[in-house]
Design a protein around this ligand. Structure first.
Ligand code: BTN
Length: 274
């Protein structure tokens, strides 16, 4: 990880000021470049000092997405950061954690005025059916049986016109979603951290069940025909919503199935997936 630059320090100061009293709950670092903010926190998990450690990078040289994919981002054109959230040993298995993180980001975007924010299971944030935010959650058990979760978030702010994004057709950015200049990265970071703090606190105490209704209100595929694709198989059905632990409920020809992993795509009636 390279050192924080002058602009990184200024961004950090702005984010802290935007967070107000909540800033004391976070230990923020803003770096010019690193491989991947998730990788850095996973490889060098900060000691548990009672704060939530957050690493923001202007540029990632090896940004990672879900299921082994790459994640592309652009300095100034993206907000890319990760935070390390610790769960007590008594916390139930964090199956719904990535859904809780997606919901927090959705609520932060709504607070800044983004219309029509939706969630695609498990944790993509969509606007007009296009992906605005990607989230990668990775878990690291500690010796005392507590668990640290690294939650990595990539928000497209303003993609360069010549950006080559995989599946570009299905990708959007905040400038387009807002139809105006997006907030600064420190301001956006503060909005997202505030919502994450609120929802992850709730999650730690009451589990995903306490957030399920709010998630389902934003479910992009509610009652729609979908296909769940994993490495080796695909399953078709109708999306019924999510379970108390965050599993996707799929109404299939052989009954209701609980789906724990996979990619969801919309399945046009009687046809192939888009
Ligand atoms: C996905 O949609 O596949 C998840 C993308 C997650 C991207 C973020 S950017 C910050 C953090 N660092 C990474 O390498 N990945 C996550």
């Amino acid at each position: 990880m390279s050192a924080t630059s002058t602009s990184g320090s200024a961004n950090l100061a702005q984010a802290i000021s935007r967070l107000g009293p909540l800033a004391t709950r976070f230990a923020l670092a803003w770096t010019d470049a690193c491989t991947s903010t998730n990788s850095v926190l996973m490889e060098r998990m900060p000691a548990d000092d009672g704060t939530v450690h957050v690493l923001v990078a202007d540029r990632q040289t090896a940004g990672r997405g879900r299921r082994g994919r790459q994640w592309q981002s652009w300095p100034e054109g993206s907000l890319t950061f990760s935070l390390a959230w610790r769960f007590a040993a008594s916390t139930p298995a964090p199956a719904g954690l990535s859904l809780a993180a997606g919901l927090a980001v959705a609520r932060a975007l709504e607070r800044i005025g983004v219309p029509g924010v939706q969630l695609k299971w498990p944790n993509d944030v969509l606007v007009n059916g296009e992906k605005l935010v990607g989230i990668l959650v990775e878990l690291q058990p500690a010796r005392d049986r507590s668990l640290a979760a690294v939650i990595g978030i990539g928000i497209n702010l303003s993609l360069p016109p010549d950006a080559h994004v995989e599946h570009h057709a299905g990708v959007t950015d905040l400038a387009r979603a807002l139809e105006s200049t997006p907030p600064s990265r420190p301001a956006l970071l503060a909005y997202v951290l505030a919502e994450l703090h609120l929802l992850l606190d709730t999650y730690s105490v009451a589990g995903f069940a306490a957030l399920k209704n709010a998630w389902e209100q934003r479910n992009a595929f509610a009652d729609l025909p979908v296909r769940i694709s994993s490495d080796h198989e695909s399953t078709d059905g109708t999306c019924l919503g999510v379970d108390d632990d965050g599993a996707l409920l799929l109404d299939t020809a052989s009954g209701v199935q609980r789906i724990l992993a996979g990619d969801v795509s919309l399945r046009p009636l009687g046809g192939e997936t888009a």
